[in-house]
Design a binder for this molecule. Structure first.
Ligand code: HSE
Length: 400
């Protein structure tokens, strides 16, 4: 019997209990032993809940119980999650977490402690919800130099942009809907401003390059500036707007960015809708690979957490090597990255042509009194310099 403790009985924590109950027998078979939830740490009581008697309010009970071999961190946020997880690892307990904020900030250190103690710190659910991406990067794609990772890594914003596109709904209404479905973070600012996707691409890039990528250094734009008018233009161009998180290896180094992009129907991520996430990976020998699935929500995320518990059970006193050192990787400045841009401005076509040269003008049904156009591919720096020559830019969205 492997005894575990769950920190946090919210959406993910209760999902873990549900998954462990639903697939009890097959999980035990795959783990090589039965998994028993001994404690659940939460500030609240849950009268009438079947797990009521497992609830504890004091973390010491868990940290000091030598029977607990695995701690499942499902609280979210950096503190007190970091303190609790570090203490568990130092006490020789393996940990799995779905907490991208924790992994992005302290992943390297927690991985190092787990290695030192011959135990494991796993975090499959921290990126892509139920989609396996951490384990594939760590153990299946190890023959490659990964040259690009581009993903739709936030279910809430993908759900919102899909609803805005297909149902013509307004931003605020779709946000409420996404929250009610349990997709959004406690504070949905992290979703809509791109902070959640930023932490996830920081984690993936750290795994790919084996060094610490500081999420604070990743250029990040969210979707709060995307309007129904932008969606109309996207439709007129046969494109969709998606929040992409991307990192690329170039000859000068790595750069990473989170921003809304206009995707053509040829793009592999064009058809990824609703709460689904997908991660496109390009390796120098593999070529292209895509990982697609449920990117947020109770059971998909819990599925990945429980898969980590099984993996830990299979490696109880053996560390699974994760190459992610605390040595910092300096990202290259995004100003050097190249894109085409879609621009909306109050300036006229003549003025646009004078500054941007040969552009493609775009007309959208029902929109007047402004000029929409697509630029050629240019660096961010070049775009900024040209754009400063226009007086009334209403919007600019990168195009891939
Ligand atoms: N709020 C996150 C999302 C949850 O919408 O993708 C999964 O990390």
């Amino acid at each position: 019997m492997i005894k575990i403790a769950i920190l946090g009985y919210g959406t993910i924590g209760s999902g873990v209990v549900e998954v462990l109950n639903t697939n009890k027998e097959s999980i035990a078979k795959r783990a090589g032993d039965e998994i028993e939830v001994k404690y659940i740490l939460d500030l609240r009581d849950f009268p009438g809940d079947p797990m009521e008697d497992k609830i504890v309010h004091d973390y010491d009970v868990i940290a000091e119980d030598s029977e607990i071999q695995v701690v499942v961190e499902a609280m979210g946020g950096v503190e007190p999650a970091y303190t609790f997880v570090k203490r568990a690892l130092l006490a020789g307990k393996s940990v799995t977490t779905s907490n991208k904020a924790l992994v992005a900030k302290h992943g390297a250190e927690l991985i190092a402690i787990a290695k030192e103690k011959s135990i494991n710190f796993l975090f499959e659910a921290s990126v892509g919800g139920g989609i396996p991406i951490i384990r594939p990067l760590n153990s299946s794609l190890t023959a490659d130099e990964i040259e690009e990772i581009t993903g739709i890594l936030n279910g809430t914003t993908n759900y919102m942009l899909s609803k805005m596109t297909f149902e013509g709904l307004e931003f605020d209404d779709v946000l409420k809907d996404a929250q009610s479905r349990g997709y959004a973070e406690a504070d949905p600012t992290a979703d809509v401003e791109g902070y959640d996707a930023c932490r996830k691409i920081a984690i993936l890039t750290s795994l790919v390059c084996g060094q610490q990528v500081d999420f604070e250094e990743i250029y990040t734009e969210g979707i709060t500036g995307i309007t129904a008018v932008d969606i109309c233009y996207a439709k007129a161009m046969g494109r969709v707007i998606k929040l992409l998180a991307t990192s690329r290896k170039t000859e000068e180094g790595y750069y990473a960015m989170v921003a809304p992009f206009l995707l053509s129907s040829q793009h592999p991520l064009y058809s990824v809708n609703d709460v689904f996430n997908a991660i496109f990976v390009h390796g120098n020998v593999l070529g292209d690979a895509m990982f697609y699935g449920s990117g947020a929500g109770k059971l998909p995320t819990a599925s990945a957490v429980v898969a980590d518990i099984v993996e830990i059970a299979k490696h109880l006193h053996k560390n699974i090597l994760i190459s992610w050192s605390s040595r910092k990787l300096d990202l290259i400045d995004c100003k050097k990255s190249q894109n085409a841009f879609f621009v909306r401005t109050k300036d006229g076509r003549e003025q646009v042509r004078e500054i941007f040269g040969d552009v493609e003008f775009v007309e959208a049904e029902g929109i007047s009194g402004e000029t929409g156009f697509l630029t050629k591919v240019m660096t961010e720096e070049e775009y900024q310099q040209k754009a400063s020559g226009l007086e009334n830019i209403l919007q600019r969205i990168r195009v891939v």
